[in-house]
Design a protein around this ligand. Structure first.
Ligand code: ADP
Ligand code: F6P
Length: 319
């Protein structure tokens, strides 16, 4: 391949810029040219495509967000949308694409690969909910932001002898909630993967009260939701004043941590090595801590086991 493209798609994640940088620098090191495709598949359909050189990606390894912008592009799910994208690949001489995003973006990458544009997917989402890989770019930064925020909430919860119910991101997955919950010593963690009876949470808080605890943190994944109602129920049934906080998009921003910068660099580099050999329709990721790549179709059909043992650890250490 002489020329490859790079795009970011779906929700942004800290570390996406580091991944773009790795794609660009690796491609140039291997003698290829790189085009930056703006706003995900929208830019590919609309021809919003720029040349990238070594210096285009200077000073972005440390920055959150994505300098190529990102989007959700419903039109790209149609045959018409894919054909427009394929036409633009031909027009701009793009022979392969590194797609940085989540499961949805990889389905788009599969469509392009099926239409003769080899694509390699790089996992980027704060949710860490992509089945085939142990880690996705942005997860570590998002959790570090979340624990920083919850630590602040704890200060005020402690001062007022309150219970704080905090919603963290994860529309379909509780990975952020579990690890954040453990890291802040939450009294309870509620995730979409496990049905929890609010009365069990209330009982646990009551029991902890009897051993002298006066303030509490409950971490709730976005996919469970209802933090206001949960706080109200806790207050009514325990008599402990309770407050609800939704952390929201603060978790998606900020400078990437060392883990996200290094993973993004490693994954971006690996994706380009595949493309440089003409290999597409693949995704890169981690298994047992090692870099792996899989066929996209195979990867999209894999199932990720929720780490129930982490919930046990959280439960046993938060009495
Ligand atoms: P993520 O990549 O984070 O999972 P989305 O699910 O929003 O985010 O997907 C991002 C984009 O990927 C969508 O807006 C769409 O353009 C493309 N996409 C998603 N699903 C498909 C699909 N089944 N076929 C083709 N493209 C898809
Ligand atoms: O997938 C990442 C994520 O941040 C989810 O945790 C959240 O539910 C969703 O994106 C929010 O998406 P947006 O506000 O960008 O539509």
């Amino acid at each position: 391949m002489k020329t490859i493209g790079v795009l970011t798609s779906g929700g942004d994640a800290p570390g996406m810029n580091a991944a773009i940088r790795a794609v660009v620098r690796t491609a140039i090191s291997l003698g290829m040219n790189v085009k930056g495709i703006k706003r995900g598949y929208n830019g590919l359909m609309e021809g919003d495509i720029i040349d990238l050189d070594i210096r285009s990606v200077s000073d972005i390894i440390n920055r959150g967000g994505t300098f190529l912008y990102t989007a959700r592009s419903p039109k790209f799910k149609t045959e018409e949308g894919v054909m427009e994208a394929v036409e633009n690949c031909k027009k701009f001489g793009i022979e392969g694409i590194a797609v940085i995003g989540g499961d949805g973006s990889f389905k788009g990458a599969r469509s392009l690969s099926n239409h003769g544009i080899p694509c390699v997917g790089i996992p980027g989402t704060i949710d860490n909910d992509i089945s085939y890989t142990e880690y996705t770019i942005g997860f570590d930064t998002a959790m570090n932001t979340a624990i920083d925020m919850v630590d602040r909430i704890r200060d005020t919860a402690q001062s007022h002898d309150r219970c704080s119910v905090v919603e963290v991101m994860g529309r379909h997955a509780g990975y952020i909630a579990v690890q954040t919950g453990i890291a802040v010593g939450a009294s309870a963690i509620l995730v979409p993967e496990i049905k929890t009876d609010i009365n069990d949470v209330i009982e646990k808080i009551k029991n902890s009260s009897t051993t002298g605890r006066k303030h509490f943190i409950v971490v709730v994944a976005e996919g469970v939701g209802g933090v206001e109602e949960i706080a109200k129920a806790i207050e009514e049934k325990t008599g402990i004043e309770s407050r609800a906080t939704v952390l929201g998009h603060v978790q998606r921003g900020g400078n990437p941590t060392v883990r996200d910068r290094v993973c993004a660099t490693e994954l971006g580099n690996a994706a380009v090595h595949l493309l440089s050999q003409g290999i597409g329709n693949r995704v890169v990721g981690y298994k047992d801590g090692k870099l792996v790549n899989y066929d996209i179709f195979e990867a999209l059909n894999m199932k990720k086991e929720f780490d129930f043992d982490m919930m046990r650890v959280a439960h046993e250490t938060s009495i």
